[in-house]
Design a protein around this ligand. Structure first.
Ligand SMILES: *Cc1c(COP(=O)(O)O)cnc(C)c1O
Length: 314
């Protein structure tokens, strides 16, 4: 399904566009809606009785997976690793979809997944497991497909993007976009703005994801082209996942453009994009920001902050 391309305006001599993946028309949108939908195409083609996935307490993927499982009358088990966050609107939406939620500390997640899958199989279920972040070939395919959509957007808007910025967590979304760009042999530069991982850890994962996709599609891939196509910037992670305060960017972008961003992914990446353009003295270019969505996360941010700021007493 297509999402809108919008022109935001000019910033420091660059023309900034945004791809509204946050408006992806399913389950409150975001990149996880596009990615989960691709995974469910695989699930629908098989004989599975329930779906299992994992993520943090605020996971967008968990919310969408619970929703799509409920739509099919399938059971859904979510394994949430506990950290700083105790509750979230995504978790509540997953409950609304009737998902069963189990919590465990992050270091026990891998073992817990194996144990629970084995338990389900012993009970006669046929569980399908979606890896955290929706990483895997269907996830890459979803964003290779989105890249094709972006090319069509370019034609209808009569523009050509020099740069494309995307928040990068597990790198699934970025890997998919890079696959699309390599297939199209476009010159557009894709910059992943890391929201957590160091370049040393995050970039090889993306390289590997792209190789996996090309192998699965039986397409040739030159290592030099691949190396050249993966830019993963870790200068603006704010110290780690969920850390850093991007409320100034959130407020300013909301008020100037009416564009919602969240503090975990899109606010951080929008901030990083501006820094990148500044530090590399980039001017006169056409730039696309992928708003990967996560409206529930913005509302989490606002509700949490409300508790601190409160209102004025009358
Ligand atoms: C998961 C997520 C990302 C990061 O996507 P990856 O494919 O894991 O890199 C970015 N933005 C939002 C809103 C997300 O939920």
């Amino acid at each position: 399904m297509n999402t809108p391309l919008l022109y935001l305006g000019e910033e420091d001599g660059n023309r900034i566009f945004v791809k509204r993946e946050d408006l992806y028309p399913l389950s409150l949108g975001g990149n996880k809606a596009r990615i989960a939908e691709a995974w469910f195409r695989e699930i629908d083609a098989g004989d599975w009785s329930c779906v299992v996935t994992c993520g943090g307490v605020g996971s967008n993927l968990c919310r969408v997976t619970a929703n799509l499982a409920a739509a099919r009358g399938m059971g859904c088990l979510l394994l949430m690793h506990t950290g700083r966050q105790r509750d979230s609107l995504n978790r509540r939406l997953a409950s609304l979809s009737g998902a069963r939620i189990l919590y465990c500390p992050p270091e026990r997640l891998g073992q817990t997944i194996e144990d629970r899958l084995a338990e389900l199989r012993d009970a006669g279920e046929r569980p399908f497991f979606i890896p955290g972040g929706g990483r895997g070939v269907p996830g890459f395919q979803a964003y290779a497909e989105c890249y094709r959509e972006i090319r069509a957007d370019e034609q209808s808007a009569a523009v050509a993007f020099d740069y494309l910025f995307v928040p990068s967590g597990t790198g699934t979304t970025q890997a998919g976009l890079v696959c699309g760009r390599l297939r199209a042999e476009d010159p557009c530069r894709i910059v992943g703005v890391s929201v957590a991982r160091s370049r040393k850890r995050g970039r090889p994962v993306i390289l590997d994801n792209v190789r996996q996709y090309f192998a699965r599609e039986n397409l040739p891939l030159s290592e030099a082209d691949l190396e050249n196509a993966v830019v993963f910037e870790d200068a603006w992670t704010g110290g780690g996942y969920g850390l850093g305060d991007y409320s100034d960017t959130l407020r300013e972008v909301w008020n100037r453009y009416g564009l919602p961003l969240d503090n975990t992914y899109t606010g951080k990446a929008f901030y990083g994009m501006r820094q990148y353009l500044k530090e590399h003295a980039i001017r006169g270019k056409t730039v696309l920001f992928i708003n990967t969505g996560g409206l529930p996360l913005l509302f989490d941010d606002l509700l949490l902050r409300e508790q601190h700021e409160g209102g004025e007493r009358a």
